[in-house]
Design a protein. Sequence first.
Length: 303
Amino acid sequence: MATTPQTSGLRFDAAMMSNVGAVRTLNEDVAVYAAPKADDGLGRGSLALVADGMGGHAAGEVASGLAAEIIRRIYFELDGTIPAVLANAFAAANSAILAWAAEHPECAGMGTTCTALALADGQAWLGHIGDSRAYLLRGTTFTQLSTDQTLVAQMVREGKLTPEQAAVSPVSNVILQALGMGPEIGPIISNEPLALQPGDVMVLCTDGLSGLVPDASIAELAGRLPPYEACLALIDAAIAAGGHDNVSVGVLRAVTDSGRSAGAGDTTRQMRLPDLAGVEPPEAWDGGTRELSIPAAGGRRDA
């Protein structure tokens, strides 16, 4: 658990956890909460993210690890507005994953979702690609901040499927966007921040949680329990519902005092990351926002 002060008077009690689940033997998810160094001059606040890797022979773990480390590093080192920095960070992570796969044939086809929240000055910015999720619980209202970039979610938005039909669709695991899918990706980056209030609770999770535990149950546990205990309870709920995928979750509560939520321990899974030397494309560090496009067709299945 971490408590990160913010210049606005809000601070965040946060816990992040990742679990292999009840069926799989390898965890290809990553959950990270990172705060700036004390001498940070960018006023960048903190960064929370989850990433769900895809690919065989541990390649998904490489993809999610690359994404988490590169996005974290760029977020705290690159000057510019937060939306521009997030856009560059996602572009750099995508290029790094493609470069790694090209140099390591055993990792061909690997990719990862990534959903990140940048928290600074009492505000939150979203960076998102794929079908991991970010939620906001404010009072009794539980809102999904991210948009699922999946085939069935797109069909629901177009009125071609009902949510009930989408839940049982045989193509429910087809992802339209992911880091590593190709040179042109379409992440969703907030241009305007979300102003946070004391008591707001944000939840980040991979589909190992959201695909098994109803939103109402996620909201109830995240709202009732301190972040550390909420993460434990949410992972337990996913495993009790079958736990057929890796499960990663972060719970972040905005508070005004210096007290911490109950709980202890290192709640961020420590990753053994590949050597990142030479995988950062210089064009992703120029402080500008790259124009990105969403492919008109195609997709991939979440392994």
